[in-house]
Design a binder for this molecule. Structure first.
Ligand code: HPA
Length: 269
């Protein structure tokens, strides 16, 4: 194991205690979830050599561990995106550290554009599968046959069923569908969105897929929730902007956070 990962996992163990089964990676719009974690302690990414240095602009870069109800959980606030560098491996060390610490499930969250006219901004979608149309991999340069990672059932079917049941039990609507990863940072053209819809995508976003590949390769299970922040390009007469994405995410975050908290407590990892 890489020395930075060993040191980082040791620091998490020392400062936060034994690993919880579930780590939640918070995407745009999901930051308020961190406040749901009670009685916890925090470690800054800056103290973890395997973790990325985050650019300026709102991302704090913290691992926080505590409980939601009686369920132990860790949250990661802050993600390195491939559009920052062109590389898909920005979260490689961080996610391998979680696996080395002992985390079993990476539960990802993100903000996404909706390709389904019925799935409006503010709605939530469980990712059933993904389209890596960027065709970049965080595993480039990995030695050995282990690099040929199986990606069928990447988003754990049994845990997805548990998540659906948890959302239904609290009356929170939850869509399910295929997430297409685009590199960004520019939004898509209407022609690109028509292509993605023809490919079967129901949502589009600029994250999550590299982290899913890393986590599966590291032996972890994966579950992912997208929050729709806008209708995708060309679907409505709307100019897309990051400010718009964040404003919609803030408006929708209360139900999203409550749903995520219920899901975390319901999962049998
Ligand atoms: N496209 C890509 N990424 C996104 C979008 C979108 O429409 N909305 C939020 N993240």
């Amino acid at each position: 194991m890489n020395e930075d990962i060993q040191i980082s996992a040791g620091t998490l163990q020392h400062r936060l205690g034994p690993a919880p089964a579930v780590a939640v990676l918070l995407g745009s719009g999901w930051a308020p979830f961190a406040a749901q974690v009670q009685g916890g302690a925090e470690v800054a990414y800056a103290d973890l050599p395997a973790f990325p240095a985050l650019g300026v602009g709102g991302h704090q870069g913290l691992v926080r561990a505590g409980h939601i109800g009686s369920t132990p959980v860790a949250v990661l606030a802050g993600r390195k995106h491939a559009y920052e560098t062109g590389n898909a491996d920005g979260m490689l060390g961080a996610i391998r550290t979680l696996a080395a610490w002992g985390v079993k499930l990476l539960l990802q969250t993100n903000a996404a554009g909706s390709l389904d006219a019925a799935m409006r901004p503010g709605e939530l979608m469980l990712i059933s599968d993904h389209l890596n149309i960027v065709q970049r991999s965080p595993l480039i340069g990995e030695p050995g046959d282990h690099r040929f990672q199986d990606m069928s059932s990447a988003y754990d079917p049994a845990l997805r069923a548990q998540a659906r049941a948890a959302a239904a039990a609290m009356g929170s609507s939850l869509y399910e569908g295929i997430y297409a990863w685009v590199l960004g940072p520019q939004f898509e053209t209407p022609a690109e969105i028509r292509m993605l819809r023809a490919f079967g995508a129901r949502a589009v976003g600029m994250s999550t897929v590299p982290e899913t590949i890393i986590a599966r390769h590291a032996g972890m299970k994966v579950l992912a929730l997208s929050m729709m922040t806008n209708m995708a390009a060309g679907m409505e007469n709307e100019v897309l902007s990051h400010a718009h994405t964040l404003a919609t995410a803030n408006a929708a975050s209360e139900r999203a956070v409550a749903t995520l908290a219920a899901v975390v407590q319901a999962l049998e990892v």
